[in-house]
Design a protein around this ligand. Structure first.
Ligand code: MF3
Ligand code: CO
Length: 255
């Protein structure tokens, strides 16, 4: 079932979105050479606690994870595309990292991901991040009342594929509200003009991921959570929680 949200409910989700954005800012600030992924998770825990919010990911156990999620953020480094665990790995100069965070306030969830580099960046990583952000922006722009779900994936693949990057459609976006993962599924790639009619009150997480190698293959790492590009090429994931309103798309996961 797809639940449309009222303006009041969207306002509640906006509060959760502010917490997610605060986590992104604090983690970005702390991330540096020699800092562990676990330390970044601890920074995120503190921000969520101080905001008196809840951590959507902690203990979450979807079918695609081997065990309940042990952290409050996903920390996906270099060839890890999605759901990287906050391990004792120490960040190295030039690492490319995506930070995915979910938080809830008064029972309403928001989910968002940012990507950035640590230390001296590689030019090709900066380009990958820029294209991923453009891909997400194109998806958000297509999230219009009266449009179709396929318009979002169509707009995103035009940017990501157009730049020569690989994409996958098994892990895409999702409805979000009282639960972090709700219907409908939001494909990263789709045919325009097809699929569910987009309506005011629909709130979705849009989350494209790109693989620098250009292939679509990926694999699950031995840790049972990390989803890696098939060729171990560098990959990037970005995400916003977006409300579809009469005034167009409204991004909830911003400060
Ligand atoms: N944004 C990610 C997704 O929707 C969050 C995964 S949460 C986790 O797939 F706990 F499963 F990692
Ligand atoms: Co998500």
């Amino acid at each position: 079932m797809i639940e449309l949200k009222s303006a009041g409910e969207i306002a509640a989700m906006r509060e959760a979105g502010k917490v997610v954005a605060a986590v992104h800012a604090a983690v970005r600030e702390r991330a540096g050479i020699g800092v562990t992924l676990k330390q970044l998770d601890e920074v995120a825990r503190t921000v969520i606690e101080e905001a008196r919010a809840g951590a959507s990911f902690l203990g979450y156990h979807p079918s695609f994870g081997a065990m309940p999620y042990p952290g409050v953020i996903c920390t996906s480094v270099n060839g890890v595309m999605l759901h990287g665990l906050p391990t004792p790995y120490r960040l190295r100069d030039g690492d490319l990292i995506s930070i995915d965070c979910g938080a809830y306030v008064d029972g309403w969830h928001a989910d968002g991901t940012v990507s950035f580099t640590v230390g001296h960046p590689r030019d090709e990583d900066l380009k990958l991040i820029k294209v991923a952000e453009k891909t997400l922006a194109a998806g958000i722009e297509a999230a219009l009342p009266g449009g179709r779900m396929g318009d979002i994936g169509h707009a995103m693949s035009a940017v990501g594929r157009g730049a020569g990057y690989g994409m996958q459609n098994d892990f895409g976006g999702h409805g979000i509200g009282r639960a972090m993962h709700e219907s409908p599924f939001v494909p990263n790639e789709a045919r325009g003009g097809r699929g569910l009619r987009l309506r005011t009150g629909l709130v979705i997480a849009i989350e494209p991921s790109l693989m620098a190698g250009g292939g679509d293959a990926y694999y699950m790492a031995d840790d049972g959570w990390s989803v890696c590009s098939g060729d171990d090429s560098r990959s990037v994931h970005v995400e916003h929680t977006v409300a579809i309103t009469d005034d167009g798309p409204v991004v909830l996961t911003v400060p």
